[in-house]
Design a protein around this ligand. Structure first.
Ligand code: FE2
Ligand code: FE2
Length: 680
């Protein structure tokens, strides 16, 4: 595929202006942008004989799967050696898991857990009195097959155990996970969701099961599922009827049999956030601090192999709480090669109606945290359409050449927004392509991704529910050479302010100072001023004065953006947030796309060259020549000899300047050519 690049116009041949780029994305996406009003996916399901048979014989008939809201859900434990379990039971007892290595039931170990009293029922007449949780720590080894059973009440030898289920622990040194979002079981719509045989829950469950079954075919060794939120649809949880609907929808979400063996690492969507049912159905690790909580639950984290996974509850707008969780997670996993964050709100997505409205508001809260903690990959949902960003740092696209489908040692974070996991609901893509979007798809089909993690690379691949490709693959490589811009500046600052600096030659110190200052100037040229809104959003969160409500909507109409039509869009108007001004209002005004817009795009090659110059200057620091006495010289004053290298570094500054000028000239010429092509 050709590079989905960005046409560029260099305003002037200077370092600073190389960071201020005018561009208009002209992306061509390979996998389709369907108008959702033309989708027949729902009708096709209803007319399918396979669906009708399943609904009659499996879902509603047979063992009446639709009545079982209490199915066991596995979640990752604190590390790859751990595993957590949660399920419902009718009565409260002493829950336990019995687990053994396949073929060695004689060595089975029993782990007891805790049961919390609950009152939960569904429209199918099932009622539950206990939410059971068991956490197993330190038991699971790589490349080993296990079998487990569970019980609601452990009574020693007389215990009544469940059927046996398998759990295969593959390598955690390199491993794969499945990613999807918004199955939102129940969202496809029916005349009533307050009946046992609700059509939408049946339809969405059927398709959700197809997606997950295919995902395991595509990625049979998946370590777990990353579920990007909106597991269920019924967002209200105050009335008893709402609660019953939610539990009927959980019967659908937990139905796929793959979940008896595949752990689920989910995050809390706006449709999940109100009910306590979420935290009863999932036993999330490292969630005990309750940071970022709503009624449903809170932020949590776990490590698996060389990857740190952090799930944030994006319905909570208190940035300080999320920062505290991130800090704890990162500090307690300082050796992680990769840092992956998942939350629901698609802060750099491409779908209507969220990507440039409520989710953009949440961008103010969450995007700076991705920068601050140097997150490699940020996974989101909410859009029901797939999108992948360029590398983003502080709202800027760092414009690496990704024409070959990979980037190496990049600055910034890659943002992915998942498609619909079940096809229960699709949203149209934005009618313009945000400057930060590198790829996007909405072919109105359920979709999932796989992410392969290695020591030096991660690759994301995306498929529809039949296993056909649904988006371009993308890889991030990370080498042992990786030093970020911030780290390079920090290293230079440390050396230049250190006591040893006087021991180096004036010339080599001067080179480092110049290189460091150049890099700092570049960084400053793309750094946003502190956001005007963030303190207010955090301190007023959930108070009567909160100008943001719900999951990121604008409370007062006077704070909203006024469109050309005179109506308003549900996003903060210009002038309120520096990040929104930079990332929204550089592209649209009054809801219309600005012609010849100027976007925050950083020329990656210029940035990399400046960073390398700092590192070269650090390597080039040299000590003054020592006096060397020539023993053959009788003159006691002796001769001196300069033993330091005389060539190479002295020319670096000039070479760098020449390179920058040349690069800018080439880019300007390229742009002229592209503009000519576009005018044809
Ligand atoms: Fe959703
Ligand atoms: Fe959502």
């Amino acid at each position: 595929m050709t590079r989905k690049g960005l046409a560029k116009k260099i305003a002037a041949l200077t370092v600073a202006s190389a960071m201020a780029v005018t561009a208009m994305p002209f992306n061509v996406f390979a996998y389709g942008e369907t108008d959702v009003s033309t989708s027949t996916f729902k009708e096709d399901t209803d007319n399918s004989e396979a669906f009708k048979t399943w609904k009659a014989n499996v879902w509603e008939g047979g063992e009446a799967q639709y009545a079982d809201s209490g199915k066991i859900a596995l979640t990752p434990g604190k590390t790859e050696k751990d595993l957590n379990f949660a399920w419902y039971s009718v009565t409260k007892g002493t829950p336990a898991i019995q687990v053994w290595k396949d073929g060695a039931k004689g060595q089975a170990k029993v782990y007891k857990g805790t049961a919390a009293s609950i009152t939960a029922e569904n429209w199918q007449g099932s009622a539950y009195g206990a939410a059971n949780k068991v956490s197993i720590e330190g038991y699971f080894d790589d490349n080993t097959a296990y079998v487990y059973q569970y019980t609601d009440n452990y009574t020693g030898d007389t215990t009544v155990w469940s059927a046996e289920y398998s759990y295969k622990k593959n390598s955690s040194e390199s491993f794969s996970v499945i990613l999807t979002g918004d199955p939102q079981v129940g969202a496809s719509g029916s005349s009533s969701d307050e009946v046992a045989s609700d059509a939408s829950v049946a339809r969405d469950t059927y398709n959700w099961n197809l997606t997950m079954t295919q995902a395991l075919k595509t990625c049979p060794d998946a370590a777990f599922l990353l579920s990007a939120g909106d597991q269920i649809d019924k967002s209200g949880a105050t009335s008893d009827n709402n609660k019953k609907t939610r539990e009927s929808e959980y019967a659908g979400y937990l139905y796929p049999s793959v979940f008896r063996s595949l752990p689920i690492a989910s995050t809390i969507g706006n449709h999940d956030m109100a009910g306590v049912d979420y935290s009863n159905h999932f036993n999330n690790p490292n969630s005990e601090d309750g940071l970022g909580a709503t009624e449903a639950g809170s932020d949590y984290y776990f490590s698996y192999g060389n990857v740190l996974f952090i799930s944030l509850n994006s319905n909570n707008r208190n940035q300080e709480e999320h920062r505290a969780l991130l800090k704890k997670a990162v500090e307690s996993n300082s050796d992680a090669t990769w840092k992956v964050v998942i939350f629901h709100s698609d802060i750099y997505g491409s779908g209507q109606p969220h990507a440039d409205t409520d989710a953009a508001t949440n961008r103010i809260i969450f995007a700076p945290l991705m920068d601050e903690f140097d997150i490699d990959l940020c996974l989101t949902g909410h859009d029901h359409t797939y999108s992948r960003s360029y590398q983003i740092l502080d709202g800027n696209v760092i414009d690496y050449d990704i024409s070959s489908g990979f980037v190496t040692d990049p600055e910034g974070t890659l943002y992915v927004s998942t498609g619909s996991g079940s096809g229960s609901k699709y949203y149209n893509l934005l009618n313009y392509t945000p400057y930060y979007i590198a790829d996007r798809t909405n072919a109105c089909l359920p979709a999932f991704s796989t992410i392969d993690f290695f020591e030096n690379a991660l690759t994301i691949k995306t498929y529809d529910y039949t296993g056909a490709k649904y988006a371009d693959d993308f890889t991030i490589n990370k080498t042992s050479e990786l030093i970020s811009v911030d780290e390079a500046i920090e290293k230079a600052d440390e050396i230049l302010s250190g006591s040893d600096i006087k021991s180096y030659t004036e010339e080599s110190v001067s080179k480092l100072t110049t290189a460091r200052d150049t890099l700092k100037t570049l960084k400053e040229s793309y750094t946003t001023a502190p956001d005007l809104m963030i303190a207010e959003i955090t301190t007023k969160y959930n108070t009567p004065d909160d100008r943001i409500k719900g999951y990121g909507s604008i409370t007062n109409s006077e704070d909203k953006d006024v469109l050309v039509s005179g109506s308003t869009a549900n996003r903060l108007k210009a002038g309120e947030s520096t990040l929104i001004d930079k990332t929204i209002y550089t592209q649209i005004k009054g809801g219309e796309v600005i012609a010849n817009a100027v976007f925050p795009i950083v020329d990656a090659s210029t940035l990399e060259a400046a960073k390398k110059q700092v590192l070269a200057a650090i390597d080039g620091l040299e000590k003054p020549a020592e006096e060397v006495v020539n023993p053959s010289d009788n003159n006691s004053q002796g001769n001196t000899e300069n033993t330091a290298p005389q060539t190479g570094d002295a020319a670096n500054v000039w070479i760098f300047a020449a390179l920058m000028t040349f690069a800018a000239a080439v880019l300007a010429a390229t742009l002229r050519k592209k503009e000519e092509n576009c005018e044809e």
